[in-house]
Design a protein. Sequence first.
Length: 268
Amino acid sequence: FLLASPLIFATFRLERRPSTRRGKAKVSGNLLFDAIFISFAGALLSLDRTAAFQTMAGRPLVSAPIIGYLAGSVQAGLVVGVTLELLLMGDLPVGTYVPSHETGLAVLATAVTVAAINAMGIRPFNPVGYVYTSMAIVPLALIVSLPVARAYRFADTLARRFNALIFHLAERSIGAQSGAINLVKFNLYGLVVFFAALWAAFLLTVFPLMLITRSLFSGAVFPRFLHSAFAGTILLGVASALTAVGTSRKELVFFAAGALASILMTVI
């Protein structure tokens, strides 16, 4: 939270800057370069989860605004970060358990959200009904990102298995004369494996989804559809809360979440 506070302050500073041209991010005019740059930053932030640093910079509350800043909208990143942080707060990498890749979700959902906002040519806090644009697009971005983010979990698991081989090689080098130097080298190899696996996974998912999002949102967008899409946030929140209490009746969870979202939409 302390790391995120400067980004929250920067939100009000960056909001005063003029908006970019329709369909182009602030990083550059090349969508492929933007995806490579965002994927590179996302892979670096992912190292903070378990491989290195562990300063909590990989949490969605911090990583999403950083990616939003690089993509062109800190505001959209903050909305994504707060939403994901609340949804994934209890999903932690304890022991051998590999949780949902919260950093990957933050990177992908933020990239998709900013791509949609830039394609529409409007500001993140442009009113759409009783919500803002970013708040309406974020549920759609999360629905798209949740199944795709399984690739990040697979890449994380693959990197851990590969690092187990590096551990055995490092163990054999302890008896050598230059054992200490080799241990440092093998440790760096492990970081490279994590970084390379996640950068490749990010690039293979971020660029196609940003391209598809820009194509879909560059045309006429139905404000009423975005107005209704905000119900997705309520649905995700209620489903996450009810699932966290330990219920195994998932059908009832999603039915109750959808019913509550529909009632709130009708009343409001």
